[in-house]
Ligand binder design. Structure first.
Ligand SMILES: [Zn+2]
Length: 429
């Protein structure tokens, strides 16, 4: 079912139980974002009566989703009970499929990592890699020792644009095979859990917003440097996807009119000059496919001062300067963060080559943050961002939104009772 909220906040044509589920989600989400929080504060935020909030809070507490944390003292009248999310109320899994490496975390409802797993792989075909992700999911659940029905779902970050549960992985030789492989559905079939795929740059920016730079910057642009180069836009604390989900696709910003031909059809796109792909081609020439060059090999060239890789960094830095200035002109962010999980030797030299940055409007001079900064090197950050996807999905399951729409028609095998309380359909049949 999809639909828009009417002005009273209820879905038109729905029954009482659905309206109650909607209110439970609103209360749970408000506790999640603002907790510890009192019932009176929740009533003000959501626009329900304190009695109404108390009834819903009692239901959520019984379902194990929230808990009483203590009492607010120092105010007039009776000390007010504070409510917080119960960390053990549910768990989500975040997987990050990166270049030759899969990182996974299992987190509790507050986003704390309960178990993590990293595995390197050499396989290239989508079916084999999906089995690797399934095995990683099994290891995470075993390590964490949580019951299957407590798991809300799996968010998976993938290096491409997601279309109908598959993704457009145009940087590898097997691109055609990937495009037609129903990865979300296949991973759901193997794991029994619902799976949400999302583009890696988007997921990384969600991870940065929740756990990284987002703690000190309200508006930032995340430059995701992997085989290609992508980006995510966070403005005023919200992630911006654009009308078609392509906002921040910085790799196709033209930085050299009439330059190299890009698979997108344009010439002179940033990605043709600033990407792992471009670096590998500059160093190894046309004889080796760039996706066959291990990242560690390029890092070693950097350490050895190889002139080919240093030359690439110098040239790529000039194009990156143009891109940085264009991003600033467009979004006016607090800062631009560059990350993506490639060896730091590659990134450090590239960032150094952008200095001095192109001149900027005077109003920026008051900023506390540098204009360009490396991402926090918390290696589980993208996977933690992916683990936030099932929660975001649970908070708005009935709203038509391309970002969170389910990617396969079949419902998952395993259903969480907590999700049923929130009105999220999980059981089969
Ligand atoms: Zn392009």
């Amino acid at each position: 079912m999809t639909g828009r909220l009417d002005r009273a906040g209820a879905l038109p044509g729905t029954n009482l139980e659905q309206t109650r589920a909607l209110n439970r989600r609103a209360v749970f989400d408000a506790v999640r974002r603002n907790g510890p929080v009192t019932r009176a504060e929740l009533a003000r935020e959501i626009g329900l009566t304190v009695q109404g909030i108390s009834n819903i809070a009692a239901e959520l507490e019984e379902a194990g989703l929230i808990r009483q944390e203590g009492k607010r003292v120092g105010q007039r009248g009776q000390p007010a009970v504070e409510l917080s999310v119960n960390p053990q109320g549910g768990y989500t899994i975040g997987l990050c499929l990166a270049y030759r490496r899969a990182m996974g975390v299992l987190v509790d409802l507050t986003g704390e990592v309960v178990a993590s797993d990293t595995c390197d792989y050499a396989e290239r075909h989508p079916a084999a890699i999906t089995r690797i992700l399934h095995a990683q999911t099994r290891r995470l659940i075993d390590k964490a020792g949580v019951p299957e029905e407590q798991i809300w779902g799996i968010g998976c970050s993938v290096p491409g644009t997601v279309v109908n549960g598959a993704f457009w992985y145009d940087k590898v030789q097997e691109a055609e095979e990937w495009t037609h492989f129903p990865m979300a559905g296949e991973l759901e079939r193997l794991t029994g859990h619902r799976v949400i795929l999302e583009n890696d740059a988007t997921v990384a920016s969600i991870g940065e917003r929740l756990y990284g730079i987002g703690r000190v910057a309200n508006s930032f642009f995340y430059l995701h440097f992997t085989l290609g180069i992508g980006g995510g836009v966070v403005t005023d604390g919200h992630h911006y996807r654009g009308a078609f989900g392509g906002a921040g696709e910085i790799g196709h910003m033209i930085v050299k009119p009439g330059g190299r031909l890009c698979p997108c059809g344009s010439r002179g796109c940033l990605e043709q000059y600033v990407s792992f792909y471009a670096a590998a081609e500059a160093v190894c020439g046309p004889d080796r496919a760039p996706d066959e060059v291990p990242a560690e090999e390029l890092a070693a060239y950097c350490r050895d001062g190889d002139l080919r890789i240093l030359g690439w960094q110098q040239q790529a830095g000039q194009y990156l300067r143009i891109a940085i200035r264009n991003i600033e002109a467009m979004f006016d962010p607090d800062t631009i963060v560059i990350g993506g999980g490639l060896p730091s030797e590659l990134l450090d030299g590239l960032i150094a080559a952008t200095a001095p940055l192109l001149p900027v409007m005077a109003h920026r001079s008051a900023s506390r943050l540098p204009r360009l900064m490396p991402a926090e090197h918390a290696s589980d950050l993208p996977a933690r961002g992916a683990a936030a996807l099932p929660i975001a999905m649970a908070m708005q399951p009935n709203i038509s939104n391309a970002a969170w729409s389910r990617t396969s028609k079949a419902l998952p095998e395993i259903s969480s009772p907590a999700l049923a309380i929130l009105g999220v359909a999980t059981a089969r049949g």
